[in-house]
Structures are given as C-alpha cells and as structure tokens.
Write a protein that binds this ligand. Structure first.
Ligand SMILES: [Zn+2]
Length: 350
C-alpha cells in the first residue's frame, strides 16, 4: 500500500495521461471488451461450493504459508532471499504443470543499483488467456534503528492467501475442465517500497520490470504475454479485521460485484465466521478512485485490473504494529473462502 494518489474516477486520469492508449495498433476498446467482460461465470451448485471450501486448510494457510513470511524482508536482505526461496519451493511443489520462474534483474534506485527478483508461477503457460493474481513479497525498509517491520498485512497475508488458494483449488486437477482456454498465474514481486519518497522513479520496481518484460515476450497469435492477461487481481494490505474493499475500475465492476455476491451467499449459508453483515468486505457502489499500487504498470498497458485493497488502509499500516498479533484470523479465512469460490467460478472449475 502506498500513498493515496487518486481519489478521482480513473476515467479522467486515463484520458489526461493517455493510459491504455500506448499499445500501438491495439485499440483500447478492444482491450477492455476482451474476455473478462464477456466471460460468464456460473454460480457453483451448493454441494460443489461446500466441497471446495473443504479443500481449504486454515492451519496450512497460517502455519505453513503465513508464518514463514513474517520476517523482515526488504530487498537485498537475508529475509528477502529466504522468503523468495520459500515461495519458489512451495510453488514448485504444486506439481509439474506449473512453470515457476525467478525473474532477476537490477535497477538503479535512489540508494544506488540494487538486485531484485520476482517469482512468477504459471499453470499451462501455453494457454491463450490468463487470470493473474499478484502481491508483493518484500517488506518496507525503514531507517536503521527503527523497530522491526514485519508487514503482516503488507503483504504477508496476501502472499499466504495466494499460496493457499492455488493449493486448495489445485486447478491442475481440473485441466480438462477449464473453460475458454483460461489458466492461472501468480506473481510475487519485490517492489522496494519507496526507500525515500514514493514516486514513479522510486517504487514498483518489480511490477514495472515484469510488465515491461511480459509486454516484450511473444505469446499466442502474435500477442504478448501481457495481452494474454484477461484480468489482473492485485491483493494488498489484507488481514486486519473487517476491511472495507471497494471497486476501483468500471471495466471490472461486474467481477467486483461477484465478490460481493459470493460474500453474501456464504454469509447466508453460515459459512463465514465473525462476519457481522451480509456484505462486510466487498462494498458495492460506483467505482471509487484508483489507489496507486503495483497494478499501475499493467493498467497503463491496458490490462483490466481488480484491485483488492481496503480503504481506509489498516490502522497498523506502515507501523511496527503490523504483526501477526494484530491480524484477525477469521477475516483472513473468510477472505480465503470468498476468493476460492470466486476463482473456481471464474475458471469454470467444477
Ligand atoms: Zn506498504
């Protein structure tokens, strides 16, 4: 999570800065009317829904995936390398259908040149379309002498959720059943959180590098990898109690609405714990202004974005109190349930 940059609707911003218009011959209208809008997700029958939720393992999410991430892990630190290797190992353990890559690069930062590495996991890379889930794996660097910053919500919980979701869904098992040639991809990056001032030249290193690389990597039918991304779902700052999450983009509003509907359905079925209202997290309403984050380099290249970030940010944001103790486990597990059903329906897994 970063500074609040925009509270205006994105449309005005896009028009002023020409976002989405930098893709040469590909008209923006074509990009935004691509399959994320025409794809029709079907609601899972209740028996399938319950069976899928059974595949989630709250202890695995917390003990196996989340706790190893709760170390100081700014880029270049031993903790960062350890976390990156942990993610890589867990993603490789998903099975042979997954291609796991470390995307290493160096970039010039205000502190001098630094080495970075993103982790990219793609199931069936040859599939024509991808649903891409993303979060940052590093923690923000604070000046020497500052208390340790563990970034439990920022973004250890999102990383653990991404691991648990693919593990529970095991989309590989459903290879023959995935509809419309869609597959799943997960991106974990080192963003390097604004060592000095947040700004376009000192932020989002991993996302900027990866967006550029994917734009230059050929894919099917004369397209690039970035054009294969049907929708890009960014998770950030999740794990505190009862986050208020809003829709940020008109072109993904129907998908945001599905999250809201799934939340309501699970609530009515009694499948969410410590969940006060039918719709506690995914608040319907007109698109809220964009919040600057790692999706920006993808947004600028015309990729439809679903940005799952609470507004306001958690109270512990960028403080030493962003720790495991201040997480709200029922919220984390509820989010894992809602997102599991969302992904299963999007991917057509039954
Ligand atoms: Zn942050």
């Amino acid at each position: 999570g970063n500074n609040w940059v925009q509270t205006r609707p994105r449309k005005g911003l896009a028009e002023r800065q020409g976002w989405g218009g930098n893709r040469g011959v590909v008209p923006q209208a074509w990009l935004f009317s691509s399959q994320s809008q025409s794809r029709q997700a079907r609601s899972l029958p209740e028996v399938h829904l319950r069976a899928l939720l059974e595949q989630l393992d709250p202890q695995r999410l917390w003990g196996k995936y989340l706790q190893p991430l709760l170390v100081e892990r700014p880029p270049g630190s031993p903790g960062n390398l350890k976390v990156r290797q942990f993610l890589e190992d867990e993603l490789r353990a998903l099975g042979a259908g997954w291609q796991v890559e470390v995307d290493a690069f160096s970039a010039l930062t205000p502190l001098g040149p630094m080495a970075f590495a993103n982790v990219v996991a793609t199931l069936s890379p040859e599939a024509p379309r991808r649903l891409t889930l993303a979060c940052h794996l590093d923690s923000k660097l604070f000046p020497p002498g500052a208390p340790p910053f563990l970034g439990a919500t920022d973004s250890a919980v999102p990383c653990a959720l991404l691991l648990e979701l693919v593990r529970a869904l095991d989309p590989q098992d459903h290879c023959g059943e995935r509809e419309g040639g869609i597959t799943l991809e997960e991106l974990f990056w080192n963003r390097e959180q604004a060592l000095k001032e947040w700004g376009p030249e000192d932020s989002l290193y991993g996302a900027r590098h990866l967006a550029q690389r994917m734009e230059q990597t050929p894919h099917d039918f004369g397209t690039s990898e970035i054009q294969a991304i049907e929708m890009f779902v960014l998770l950030d700052l999740l794990g505190a109690r009862d986050p208020i999450i809003k829709s940020h983009f008109r072109h993904t509003a129907p998908w945001f609405q599905r999250l809201s509907s799934i939340e309501k359905r699970l609530h009515r079925l009694g499948l969410l714990a410590s969940h006060p209202r039918e719709v506690t997290y995914f608040q319907p309403g007109p698109p809220y202004g964009a919040v600057d984050d790692d999706h920006t380099p993808f947004l600028r290249r015309g990729v439809p974005i679903l940005h799952l970030i609470p507004t306001p940010f958690p109270a512990v944001w960028h403080t030493a109190a962003d720790t495991e103790t201040n997480l709200h486990p029922p919220t984390v597990h509820n989010l894992s349930r809602i997102l599991t059903i969302f992904l299963a329906e999007y991917l057509g897994l039954l």
